[in-house]
Design a protein around this ligand. Structure first.
Ligand SMILES: NC(=O)c1ccc[n+]([C@@H]2O[C@H](COP(=O)([O-])OP(=O)(O)OC[C@H]3O[C@@H](n4cnc5c(N)ncnc54)[C@H](O)[C@@H]3O)[C@@H](O)[C@H]2O)c1
Length: 403
């Protein structure tokens, strides 16, 4: 029989998970502490930019498979998918995890499975377990496990099903039960391990990408000193069968890769040398892009910033280096900067520059500062670029050149 599932935290991870489980016929009870989020979802609309989720959610609501709650109702399985941001001093802020754990404790029954899916420092699942034992001392037969998410925004519903998954319990039995639950909807392999290993696996994945991108960015700074094309260098180095360098850019953004490495470093500061260095390289790359663009403004140029989002073809501004660079450039050089971001309906609050449609921005003079590799910018014609200075942090225009 299908389990009844309570999902706590209905954002980019929790909401698609809830919608997917409901579409598989499970009774899903979504919980969010934000009343606005609850009202939006109850009306069949969604507050995240993940188009395919809305249709799924609407069907689930109509079929009565999905309900929205302020407090966790009893269930067979509880999934915690609340935010785990950075706090002061780059320390992980786990308040939402503790709040969610306290909130679900009264709803627990013997035999329940509790899955933490929030990206968490090593040892968090054990602390969730300890807190639950403290809050519900008489409760036995509780299975607690960590089940990290690897989904890519824009493809979340596909990746929830297709990706391999790691499930790490506080006990062997908890691992087994977590694996059995995920196998109900995951087509990828569900690999069992212990909770702390699963926590470190998740953090290692994002720290690997951060370090690799920092390496690419450092190569781009070195290549610039020699007048070389970093993308060509990387492309040729990647012809080595055991080399895979990622692409340089204006810096790393998003809520994961720019954040999670600190969770690893914070837990073992004496051992973590490369991870903070990668973060420092990232800051240096952002600063270098800003200085180069600022020099153009100082020389009297208008600068057209192409993109604010942290990655291509979405309007996601979280931790975006593009937004930071454009904002600071416009602040330093009032009236000389315009911004194009086709994935936003209006300029974000605090941006001291006008947001223009691409054609309108290109109708005037100005250097092009490519900050995001949106497909729309690839369509800028050579004659629209002719005669302009171009700072292409993404290698966007060189893709079409003879390589
Ligand atoms: N977004 C991704 O692609 C992604 C991928 C892998 C892992 N993660 C991790 O998953 C976790 C959730 O991320 P997200 O992107 O879904 O966050 P989000 O900000 O999109 O959504 C989180 C939701 O949780 C709600 N919430 C906060 N505290 C709550 C509480 N105590 N009780 C109930 N609801 C609460 C918020 O109102 C919000 O709606 C984070 O740890 C994140 O690092 C995210």
């Amino acid at each position: 029989m299908n389990p009844r599932v309570t999902v706590i935290g209905l954002g980019y991870v929790g909401l698609p998970t809830a919608a997917l489980l409901a579409s598989r016929g499970m009774a899903v009870q979504g919980v969010d502490s934000n009343a606005e989020v609850r009202a939006t979802l109850a009306a069949g609309r969604i507050h995240i930019t993940e188009a395919a989720v809305e249709a799924l959610l609407e069907r689930a609501l109509r079929a009565g498979h999905f309900t929205v709650h302020a407090e966790p109702p009893p269930a067979d399985v509880f999934i915690i998918a609340v935010p785990t941001p950075l706090g002061p001093g780059q320390a992980p802020l786990l308040d939402h995890v503790w709040d969610a754990t306290r909130a679900l404790a009264p709803a627990l029954r013997p035999g329940n499975l509790v899955l933490l899916e929030s990206t968490s420092p090593i040892g968090t699942t054990a602390r969730v377990g300890a807190l639950l034992r403290e809050l519900r001392p008489g409760l036995t037969d509780l299975a607690i496990a960590y089940g990290p998410e690897r989904v890519l925004p824009g493809r979340i519903l596909t990746e929830l099903v297709e990706n391999d998954r790691v499930a790490g319990g506080l006990t062997h039995e908890a691992t087994r039960r977590a694996q059995a639950f995920y196998r109900l909807f995951v087509r990828g392999e569900v690999v069992g391990t212990d909770a702390a290993t699963a926590e470190m696996v998740k953090l290692s994945e994002n720290a690997f990408r951060d370090v690799n991108i920092a390496f690419a960015n450092e190569l781009s700074l070195i290549a610039a000193r020699h007048g070389l094309d970093a993308w060509r260098v990387i492309e040729l180095a990647n012809r080595h069968p055991r080399v895979n360098i990622l692409r340089p850019g204006p810096g790393v953004g998003g809520h994961c890769i720019a954040v999670d490495p600190w969770f690893l470093a914070h837990g073992a500061p004496q051992a973590a040398r490369l991870i903070p260095a990668a973060r420092a390289v990232d800051a240096a790359k952002r600063a270098a892009v800003l200085e180069e663009a600022s020099a153009l403004c100082t020389a009297g140029e208008r600068v057209i910033c192409l993109g604010l989002a942290f990655k291509a073809d979405v309007g996601d501004l979280r931790e975006s280096p593009a937004l930071d660079i454009a904002t600071e450039l416009a602040r330093r050089h009032p009236g000389q900067v315009v911004v194009v971001e086709p994935h936003l309906p209006a300029a974000p609050a605090g941006l001291p520059a006008p947001l223009l449609p691409l054609d309108q921005a290109l109708a005037g003079p100005g250097a092009l500062l490519v900050l995001t590799d949106h497909a729309a910018f690839r369509r800028i014609r050579p004659e629209q670029r002719a005669g302009r200075r171009i700072l292409d942090t993404r290698g966007l225009f060189r893709d079409e050149e003879d390589m």
